[in-house]
Design a protein around this ligand. Structure first.
Ligand code: DGP
Ligand code: DGP
Length: 125
């Protein structure tokens, strides 16, 4: 399965919801966005900013990606509103149970292709 901007949007973009999400946000969104099919995705971050803002990170500071060691990651020059979803240790598939944590951090994403667009969420700091 080839990573794409569409896939990135499905997994990581939620521009219309405010960052003060309720504790049930991750359980609802991880299911709705298809990340609890077959297995529970362990960690996933949603970004509450416009696509224009996130796409622009592809021209910001370049760095090595944690996951692939490739050099196509970029760190946002500003902090962004994000929500981190983390699978609880007690969670048992198919009941994917997540903690919801809102924060404002720099994000690091991988960009790829032509046009050069976000394809993978690497980390936040
Ligand atoms: P740990 O905190 O050790 O469980 O590591 C979690 C890692 O996951 C950390 O390097 C940041 C990364 N991470 C956060 N959100 C996402 C995401 O949406 N996708 C991927 N692939 N990694 C993420
Ligand atoms: P996520 O890491 O959660 O955003 O998942 C998106 C997909 O991107 C996943 O299949 C792993 C893949 N991926 C990780 N790093 C890179 C990269 O540097 N380039 C590309 N094209 N895809 C990547």
């Amino acid at each position: 399965r080839k990573p794409s901007a569409e896939e990135f949007k499905r997994q990581h973009m939620d521009p219309d919801s405010p960052p003060n999400s309720r504790p049930t946000y991750c359980n609802r969104m991880m299911r709705r966005q298809g990340m609890t099919k077959g297995s529970c995705k362990r960690v996933n971050t949603f970004v509450h900013e416009s696509w224009a803002t996130v796409k622009a990170i592809c021209s910001q500071r370049q760095m090595t990606c944690k996951t692939t060691r490739r050099n196509n990651c970029h760190k946002s020059s500003s902090t962004l509103h994000i929500t981190e979803c983390r699978l609880k240790g007690s969670s048992k598939y198919p009941n994917c149970d997540y903690t919801t944590t809102d924060s404002q951090k720099h994000i690091i994403i991988a960009c790829d292709g032509n046009p050069y667009v976000p394809v993978h969420f690497d980390a936040s700091e």
